[in-house]
Write a protein that binds this ligand. Structure first.
Ligand SMILES: [Zn+2]
Length: 272
């Protein structure tokens, strides 16, 4: 459909101006109604997210977190404060990826794989944190996951969707549900190299980590070493992600201290 708005003629004709305006209003309303019908919950609930970068799968089915299209306002130049979530897919290449085992062979932890990589600053901070825990008598940590590329993230997401479908969920519902626990490809902050999943040795189930001495020590002290518990239970509404007691994110010491003092999650901190 072609609408020639630039011919200038209707500007001088009030009746024509009104009729063109009403036509455009009707057209806009019809388009909005059509999109709302096709993508319930996306347009109607979060109009500012319409122009966001679109995740690669399940767009219509995945719940949209609180609108964050204007984030982040602060410290865009600081890579450690990179925001990656459903509304902010990874936009750049991960910086300074290094092999964790090359960086701190002496740290008191087990690496799930010697191939694991992460951002150099984050790796150094992780080593400092785990050595401090050891001095406090808390050790036997396992680094379960660090940097993950989008392709691997896609495999994790698909595996979670399949698992839920095997439990009897429809495809749409399984994708919605999966997105609350496994980030969409492009939307996981593991793709930044700044996040780690930490467990205790002998704990193979992620949820069994909660309540261990290792988890309690990290919760109390991680901010001192530049880390935050990225998805706390009381911030689920802001992050759009279910609580993950094992997922720690490096943000730098000053930001971690400020978030610890204010009680803000990363989304709120960056919006301030
Ligand atoms: Zn994680």
């Amino acid at each position: 459909m072609k609408i020639h708005l630039k011919n200038g003629q209707y500007v001088w004709n009030p009746l024509k101006t009104i009729s063109v305006g009403m036509f455009l209003l009707c057209l806009g309303g019809a388009a909005f109604a059509a999109v709302s019908f096709l993508e319930p919950g996306t347009v109607a609930d979060a109009p500012v997210s319409v122009q966001k970068a679109t995740p690669t799968r399940g767009t219509a089915a995945v719940p949209t977190p609180a609108p964050t299209a204007t984030l982040p306002k602060k410290k865009k130049e600081d890579y450690a404060l990179t925001l990656v979530n459903t509304d902010h897919p990874m936009q750049e290449e991960p910086q300074e990826l290094v092999a964790i085992c090359d960086r701190f062979c002496d740290a008191p932890c087990t690496l799930k794989s010697d191939e694991m990589r992460a951002n150099a600053q984050a790796v150094d901070a992780l080593g400092e944190m785990l050595r401090a825990a050891q001095r406090d008598g808390v050790q036997d940590f396992t680094v379960q996951s660090a940097y993950r590329g989008a392709e691997y993230q896609a495999q994790l997401f698909d595996a979670q969707v399949n698992k839920l479908m095997e439990q009897g969920m429809s495809s749409d519902r399984a994708q919605r549900e999966a997105a609350t626990t496994v980030a969409l490809p492009g939307c996981s902050e593991h793709e930044t190299g700044l996040a780690f999943d930490l467990l205790a040795q002998g704990v193979n189930d992620l949820w069994a980590f909660e309540g261990t001495p290792q988890e309690q020590w990290l919760n109390a002290h991680c901010w001192e070493y530049g880390f935050i518990l990225r998805f706390p239970r009381d911030k689920e509404q802001s992050t759009g992600i279910a609580c993950k007691p094992w997922h720690f994110r490096y943000v730098g010491k000053s930001a971690a201290r400020e978030m610890h003092e204010s009680g803000q999650c990363l989304e709120k901190y960056l919006a301030d």
